[in-house]
Ligand binder design. Structure first.
Ligand code: NAD
Length: 261
């Protein structure tokens, strides 16, 4: 239990990678602030479930990561409820796929706001408290797309490259304060969202499940295996440990070899 007495705020943690990170940090003893959208009853079940499974306190914030005032209020709320935000995980993210000339301008703005600017605003609000306590961990869920591009994902690739740069600048600023800032850059992660796309792709392309996984989804991933949410969460937990105190400004790939090519 390395994180007892600490508080972790994980944006976009009502599903997928963020939820796995929130659970893993709770398992280490951290109080947790969940954030994200979804069905209110399901979110409450998740919140209460983490509390009872790990004996920690869990608060939920519905703050919209595209709204700077809401982000600021969420951080203040977290500090009010638990006294601090010690671990900040910027994870909320959305995707939109389109050629640039057809890319709706409002989608561009939304992706930059949620996938990139939200991390500036959470840091802006949470860093003073971390500095005052002389300890902090900031972990940004980037992507293989923070290092390489794919066509038709211009806003996502720009935002993810941006968050990699933001993390490096923040790491340099915060190095004297025992606050580390790192990116985790997953390749294709097995989430319900990914799994649910398989039957349609099988039908549309006349492929078997294995062909969809290996030749379509994992084309760029040499291991031909998905990353799991628990693997990403385990790395986040490690980055919070004392053993990781000298890892800062790093962009750690977990992509089955994708970006080694
Ligand atoms: P997901 O759709 O399961 O989760 C996204 C979370 O963000 C949800 O909780 C959702 O409610 C929340 N969210 C979306 N818009 C929001 C907003 N405006 N305000 C607050 N919360 C909002 O997706 P995921 O696959 O778990 O993705 C999480 C992160 O991991 C994203 O940043 C994504 O870019 C990154 N990532 C995912 C993969 C993958 O293959 N799944 C790979 C690399 C990186």
């Amino acid at each position: 239990m390395t994180l007892k007495t600490k508080t972790a705020l994980v944006t976009g943690s009502t599903s997928g990678i963020g939820l796995a990170i929130a659970r893993a940090l709770a398992a280490e003893g951290a109080n947790v602030v969940l954030n994200g959208f979804g069905d209110a009853t399901a979110i409450e079940e998740t919140r209460a479930g983490i509390e009872s499974a790990y004996g920690v306190k869990v608060h939920y914030s519905s703050a919209d990561m595209s709204k700077p005032e809401a982000i600021n209020a969420m951080v203040r709320e977290a500090e009010g409820a638990f006294g601090s935000v010690d671990v900040l995980v910027n994870n909320a993210g959305i995707q939109f796929v389109s050629p640039i000339e057809d890319f709706p301008a409002d989608k561009w703005e939304q992706i930059i706001a949620i996938n990139l600017s939200s991390a500036f605003h959470t840091m802006h609000a949470a860093i003073p408290g971390m500095k005052a306590r002389g300890w902090g961990r900031i972990i940004n869920t980037a992507s293989a797309h923070s290092l390489v591009a794919s066509p038709f994902k211009s806003a996502y690739v720009a935002a993810k490259h941006g968050i990699a740069g933001l993390s490096k600048a923040a790491a340099l600023e915060l190095a004297p304060h025992k606050i580390t800032v790192n990116c985790i850059s997953p390749g294709y992660v097995w989430t319900p969202l990914v799994e649910s796309q398989i039957p349609d792709t099988m039908k549309a392309r006349g492929l078997t499940k294995e062909q969809v996984i290996e030749d379509v989804m994992l084309k760029a991933q040499p291991t031909k295996e998905f990353v799991t949410v628990d693997q990403v969460a385990a790395l986040a937990v490690f980055l919070c440990s004392d053993a990781a105190s000298q890892i800062t400004g790093a962009n750690i790939s977990m992509d089955g070899g994708w970006t080694a090519q």
